[in-house]
Design a protein around this ligand. Structure first.
Ligand code: ADP
Length: 790
């Protein structure tokens, strides 16, 4: 930067006219001296020092010429120099250090080199002074005014120019000097300055400087704009930062710690104490460091702290110790549940294996059966027997994979999936985890939850289960999973493969009475604040509740009705009754209203054309009545009762079989030419499907055609072929149990299904008369008694 200043007083005694014809030339690298300006110079080259010394001894006048060289390497040569320079007077000289001397020079006038007369020990040249040609006119006035104005603006914007320059510039009335002063003040390259020096014509010089100052102004304005924008941005965040910092300092001064840092410290301690696995610890610390930089009221802060909460409260290392005392476990299971021998046996086997080989992977059991058969409560009891924590989640209606696996943290309000939530609730990493209603998992555009469940249930994968929210894997391999289902068919095959299915069939009336006496009544008495001395149920009363008020495979409604009775008694006790209430058959309607279900089989099948079929639903076995009737018409077949396609086809097949074998079956052959047939299956509002009613439909048609009612307490199931064969069907066990509950005495089932009876309780099998059939003609004969078939 040139620190040019106009000399305070015109002390020079040398003028253009008496300038010597030959000048010693001091080369300078990049400092341009303009006439009248003062410039400090550091002289350190030997030949230059000698030049200054010599000049000081004489008239102190030297010539300054800028070198074209980019840097000073070695002595300057004549050809390196520009042709135009400034003559100068050395005002002061001082030794700066051992290397160089400091001189202060003042410019006198421009000159041109005519020729160099000497190069050793320093350059000397014959010169010709150049005088400025000035002719003041209006244009020059305008240019000078303009320049002064613009220079003022430059001064306002520029951080490096002293403001006093403004007043100085104003006071100069020589346009050429003004141009020189401004040029020397601006941030110009040495070439630009040299070109101003070489412009002798004042008007031209003013114009050139005008151009340069204009450019400088633009640059300064742009710079300022950028600066102010950056400053604005910084200001906003800095302001907040400063305020917060101040607040922190004030609090510290007052001896209070701010809430956030307390919280951050707490989290840090928690992470340390918890002993998280490496991966989780890294993630927790990363989030904590982010948290420390956030404002506590920001939403991100809450997200981060919730996440750390999750990481630090999950039971990564906490586990419970299994109770491997088998007789004790057996006692717990028997104390809680009646029967269910197969399941109990399997659980005890599992315990035995764990005792012998502790690191075995647990099986994944699936309890399948109708509602109310004790699947959930059995799970709870197994947990108690094993000494494990129990958690249960219901998968009914889960369609979104994220419900199992959680949402990524980038979602607003994201949380871990149900598995991880369940684990946290359990508080141990080896709970008994019950996945209820696994058969009701759906899938749609939100992804397939069953694929996530596969990962959960696969012992090969679940040691590193990944939840989207946690983002670090959790080891589920110690968890004992038990699933429950009503139906096995709707479970995706891959999932079903991983599970060991244990069927819970439903209970017979006798079993229900026993369970009620031993468990349900006791539990309800307690739940209603009663005691054995205040209420007692008679056995016939319990039986009456079961047959008259419930129609189910499980025990839900029975328990509910018992609860209703207990409620009624509790009210009487609360109103002051002190003596024992003995619930007998006749008292029941007082508490739970009139009887809801009658044994209707005999009554409904009393007319020809009605047959009792056996159906199977997710709620267990059921009886259904198939009705057939004929009317005048043109062999139309009408089917009603919300029948599915398969069931409709069975009906058509049954009719076709009869028509094609009409003669042999003793049916009038032209009967169908002038009759319509209608088959109806009540209850009409409930959808029904499946092939297993084929046998019953054919029998109903035969009974109608023969005008002969079927045997009253007989029920049947089986699929038929067009050739009259009877094929096996599913759900026979549940169907048989249902028939037994409803008072049926004879059952017709396909021969192939005989093996299914093995799982049906002995007393049920004993109390029924079974007919195993493989041909339709046998069925008809059995049901109607007399028909002979070819
Ligand atoms: P699910 O889960 O199969 O629908 P729950 O476990 O809810 O059935 O059982 C319904 C009720 O019946 C519960 O109160 C349960 O304790 C009781 N229960 C079911 N089976 C038995 C049994 N074998 N012994 C004792 N109580 C039973």
């Amino acid at each position: 930067m040139n620190e040019n200043k106009k000399s305070p007083e015109e002390s020079s005694s040398v003028s253009d006219e008496n300038l010597p014809g030959i000048l010693s030339i001091l080369p300078v690298l990049d400092m341009t001296l303009f006439p009248r300006m003062v410039l400090p110079l550091l002289v350190w080259q030997e030949e230059s020092k000698r030049l200054v010394d010599d000049a000081m001894g004489k008239d102190r006048v030297i010539g300054l010429i800028v070198s074209k060289k980019k840097k000073s390497d070695g002595p300057y040569k004549a050809e390196d120099m520009y042709n135009v320079g400034t003559s100068a007077m050395i005002l002061k000289m001082a030794q700066s250090d051992e290397k160089g001397i400091q001189i202060l020079v003042q410019g006198l006038s421009r000159f041109e080199v005519i020729k160099y007369t000497q190069t050793e020990p320093y350059l000397r040249a014959e010169i010709k002074p150049v005088s400025n040609t000035v002719e003041k006119d209006m244009e020059i006035d305008a240019l000078t005014n303009n320049l002064v104005g613009m220079f003022k603006s430059v001064l306002d914007l520029s951080p490096y120019l002293p403001k006093e320059l403004g007043a100085l510039v104003k006071s100069i009335d020589e346009p050429g000097i003004l141009a020189d002063l401004i040029a020397s003040s601006l941030n110009l390259s040495k070439e630009e300055k040299q070109s101003i020096l070489e412009t002798y014509d004042v008007k031209k010089r003013l114009k050139n400087v005008h151009g340069l100052i204009n450019r400088e102004l633009q640059i300064l304005k742009l710079g300022q704009k950028i600066q102010s924008q950056v400053k604005q941005d910084i200001d906003k965040s800095q302001r907040e930062y400063y305020l917060r910092q101040q607040l922190k300092t004030i609090k510290e001064e007052l001896g209070e710690k701010d809430e956030k840092s307390v919280e951050v410290e707490e989290y840090r301690a928690k992470i340390e104490k918890k002993g998280l696995p490496e991966e989780a610890k890294k993630e927790a610390e990363r989030e904590l460091n982010r948290l420390a930089r956030m404002h506590p009221s920001s939403s991100e802060y809450t997200v981060a702290s919730t996440y750390i909460d999750w990481l630090t409260t999950l039971p990564w290392n906490e586990s419970t110790k299994d109770n491997l005392n088998i007789p004790k476990a057996q006692k717990v299971l028997n104390d809680d549940h009646f029967g269910l021998q197969k399941v109990k046996k399997r659980v005890l086997e599992y315990l035995a294996v764990r005792k012998l080989k502790p690191d075995t992977k647990g099986p994944i059991l699936c309890f399948a059966g109708p509602p109310g058969t004790g699947k959930t409560s059995l799970g709870r009891s197994i947990a108690r027997a094993l000494g494990r924590k129990f958690v249960r989640i219901s998968l009914g209606g889960v369609r979104d994979e994220a419900e199992i696996r959680g949402h990524r943290r980038t979602y607003v309000g994201a949380l871990p999936g149900r598995i991880i939530q369940g684990i946290r609730r359990a508080g141990s990493n080896n709970p008994l985890f019950m996945l209820d209603e696994i058969d009701k998992v759906g899938s749609d555009f939100r992804g397939d939850p069953s694929s996530a469940l596969l990962e959960v249930l696969d012992p090969e994968q679940n040691f590193s289960f990944s939840d989207h929210y946690l983002d670090v894997s959790f080891d589920l391999s110690k968890v004992m999973f038990i699933t429950t289902a009503n139906l096995l068919d709707t479970i995706p095959p891959a999932l079903r493969d991983r599970m060991e299915v244990l069927e819970l069939l439903g209970y017979t009336d006798d079993e229900k009475i026993k369970i009620a006496k031993r468990f349900l009544i006791k539990r309800q008495i307690e739940a209603h604040g009663l005691t054995k001395d205040l209420i007692r149920f008679s056995a016939p009363a319990i039986k009456n509740i079961i047959s008259g008020y419930t129609r189910e495979a499980g025990l839900r409604n029975l328990e509910r009705e018992i609860a209703s009775v207990c409620r009624g008694v509790a009210r009487e006790v609360a109103e002051g009754k002190k003596e024992l209430t003995h619930i007998k058959v006749n008292d029941i309607h007082k508490f739970i209203g009139p009887v809801r279900f009658f044994s209707e089989t005999g009554i409904r099948t009393a007319t020809p054309g009605v047959v009792t079929g056996m159906a199977w639903t997710p709620a267990g076995g059921e009886l259904l009545f198939i009705e057939a009737t004929e009317m005048k018409g043109k062999h139309e077949l009408t089917l009603t009762g919300q029948l599915g396609d398969v069931m409709k086809e069975s009906a058509t097949a049954a009719l076709s079989y009869i028509r094609s074998n009409a003669k042999a079956l003793g049916v009038q052959e032209d009967f169908f030419d002038n009759h319509d047939i209608h088959i109806h299956v009540p209850a009409g509002a409930i959808p029904k499907d499946g092939p297993s009613a084929g046998v019953a439909m054919l029998t109903a048609l035969m009974s109608m055609l023969k005008q002969k009612p079927v045997i009253a307490d007989m029920a049947m199931t089986g699929e038929i072929t067009l050739r009259g064969q009877v094929l096996p069907v599913g759900g026979v066990k549940e169907k048989v149990l249902a028939a037994h509950r409803r008072g049926i005495k004879q059952v017709i089932i396909p021969k192939w299904n005989k093996k299914d009876l093995e799982d049906v309780p002995r007393d049920v099998v004993k109390s029924l008369r079974f007919h195993f059939v493989d041909r339709m003609d046998t069925v008809v004969k059995l049901a109607l008694g007399t028909v002979s078939v070819k």
